[in-house]
Design a protein around this ligand. Structure first.
Ligand code: AMP
Ligand code: MG
Length: 386
C-alpha cells in the first residue's frame, strides 16, 4: 500500500498537462495565465489629480484666479500661469503649467479667487504619468493565478480577453442505496446524502463548476451507465462504493468501462479505500474520508491540470492536546489551528471518526500525523490549513 507521499507523486505525474485557452476576462478568475501580459500604455496615462481641489504651480504663493474646472474624463484647455489655478476633481488630468493639487479642504474660495491655507510641494496630490506601470512593462507573468487584484490589473491593462489554462469540467456521481435527499426524513436504514453538497462545495471553492450526475443505487448496470456519462468530463468524482464490501461496485464498473485503475488504497486515515485513474477519483462514502481525500489528493491534481499549485498550506504548530493513538497509516485529524504570539498553536477537536462531519465544522485544519507517530502536548506538529 502506497504512502500519502508516494500516492501524491503518482497522482501528480498522471495529471494531464494544462490546456491553454482564450477566455473573456470575466471567466478568467481562478485560472493561471498562459501568457505574459505586458502593459500597452502608461498608467496613469496622464499626470492625474489624486484629490478634489485646486491645480496650481507649487512655487506660486497665490491668491489664484480660477480659470477653469476640470472634472474626471475631461481634458483641460487652459495653461496654468502664475496667479491662476484650475478647480480639479480626483482622476482628472493636470492642466499644463500646474505641478500640484491642493485639496479643497485646505483652500478658501473668495468669489472667483482662491487662497491656499497651506502651501503645496511640487507633485503633491499628483500621480505622474507612468507611476504605476509603463508601456511595455510586465503586468503579470505566465503561471500567475488570476485572483481579484489580477483581474482588475488585466482590465486596466486592456485585456478584455486573455490566454489562461482552461478550467477542467468536473462531474460528481454519488452512489449508495441508503441515501435520501437532505429534504427527506430517512426511512429505516437510510441516511441523508451529504457528499453531493460537501464535495460539490469543495469543487466550487476552486472556482470550478461541478456537474451533478445525481445519486445512483448500488447497481452495476446503472453505475456503468452513469460512469460512462461522467467519463466525458475532464474529471469524474465518484462518492462511495470503493471499499471491499459485497456491494462496492465502483472499481469493477470503472474497469468495465475501460478505465485502468492506477491506485487503490493508500496509507491514510481517514480515506484509505480511495481509488484513482487519470480523470477519475473514487472517493470513500464516509463524509470526512471523502473530504480529506479531496483536500489531500484531488485539489493538487486539479491544480496540476490548471497550471496552479492548489495544495493547502502547511504550517508547524505547537500542540495543546496530545496525540496519543498511533496508527500505521498517516492520520489527518480535524483540528483548530490559530496564530498566537509568535507562531501557530493547534488542538485536535473531539471527533467520532470518518462519518463525523460535525467535528469538521469545528475545525479549520488537520493535524498531519505520520504513520506510527504520537505526540505529547507542547510538541511541534505539521498542520494543514483549510
Ligand atoms: P461506502 O464508501 O459506499 O462503503 O460508504 C461508507 C459509509 O459512508 C457508509 O456508512 C455510507 O452510508 C456512508 N455514505 C456513503 N455515501 C454517502 C453520502 N453521499 N453521504 C453521506 N454518507 C454517505
Ligand atoms: Mg456505498
Amino acid at each position: 500500500m502506497k504512502t500519502v507521499q508516494e500516492a501524491l507523486e503518482l497522482i501528480l505525474a498522471e495529471a494531464p498537462p494544462p490546456r491553454p485557452a482564450e477566455v473573456s476576462l470575466g471567466e478568467a478568475p481562478g485560472c493561471a495565465l498562459a501568457e505574459d501580459v505586458v502593459a500597452d500604455m502608461d498608467l496613469p496615462p496622464f499626470d492625474r489629480a489624486m484629490m478634489d481641489g485646486y491645480a496650481v504651480r507649487s512655487g506660486d504663493p497665490g491668491p489664484f484666479e480660477v480659470v477653469e474646472e476640470v472634472p474626471a474624463g475631461r481634458v483641460p484647455s487652459r495653461e496654468i500661469l502664475p496667479g491662476t489655478c484650475a478647480k480639479i476633481m480626483t482622476g482628472a488630468p493636470l492642466p499644463p503649467g500646474a505641478d500640484a493639487v491642493q485639496q479643497v479642504e485646505k483652500a478658501v474660495r473668495e468669489g472667483a479667487r482662491v487662497r491656499l491655507l497651506e502651501p503645496v510641494r511640487p507633485g503633491q496630490n499628483v500621480a505622474p504619468r507612468g507611476q504605476e506601470i509603463r508601456r511595455g512593462d510586465l503586468v503579470l507573468a505566465r503561471g500567475r493565478r488570476i485572483g481579484p487584484a489580477e483581474a482588475g490589473a488585466l482590465a486596466a491593462a486592456g485585456r478584455a480577453r486573455v490566454r489562461v489554462y482552461a478550467k477542467p469540467r468536473v462531474a460528481l456521481l454519488v452512489t449508495g442505496d441508503e441515501l435520501v435527499p437532505p429534504g427527506d426524513v430517512p426511512g429505516p436504514g437510510r441516511i441523508r446524502n451529504s457528499n453531493t453538497f460537501s464535495l460539490g462545495a469543495q469543487v466550487r471553492e476552486l472556482g470550478l463548476a461541478c456537474d451533478d450526475l445525481g445519486v445512483v443505487g448500488d447497481d452495476p448496470a446503472a453505475l456503468r451507465e452513469r460512469i460512462r456519462e461522467g467519463l466525458r468530463r475532464d474529471l469524474l468524482l465518484i462518492s462511495g462504493g470503493v471499499s471491499a464490501g459485497d456491494r462496492d461496485y465502483v472499481l469493477p464498473a470503472l474497469e468495465a468501462e475501460g478505465v485502468r485503475i492506477r491506485l487503490h488504497q493508500v496509507r491514510i486515515r481517514p480515506g484509505r479505500p480511495f481509488c484513482f485513474a487519470p480523470g477519475v477519483f473514487g472517493l470513500p462514502g464516509n463524509p470526512v474520508s471523502s473530504f480529506v481525500i479531496f483536500e489531500v489528493f484531488v485539489r493538487p491534481y486539479l491544480g496540476r491540470t490548471m497550471g496552479l499549485d492548489l495544495a493547502r498550506p502547511r504550517v508547524a504548530a505547537r500542540l495543546e492536546t496530545p496525540v496519543a493513538r498511533p496508527n500505521e497509516r498517516a492520520q489527518f485529524l480535524p483540528a483548530q489551528v490559530r496564530f498566537e504570539g509568535t507562531g501557530y498553536a493547534a488542538r485536535a477537536v473531539p471527533w467520532a471518526g470518518s462519518a463525523d462531519l460535525f467535528a469538521l465544522t469545528r475545525a479549520n485544519g488537520f493535524l498531519v500525523v505520520p504513520p506510527g507517530a504520537t505526540y505529547e502536548a507542547g510538541a511541534l506538529v505539521e498542520c494543514m490549513l483549510l
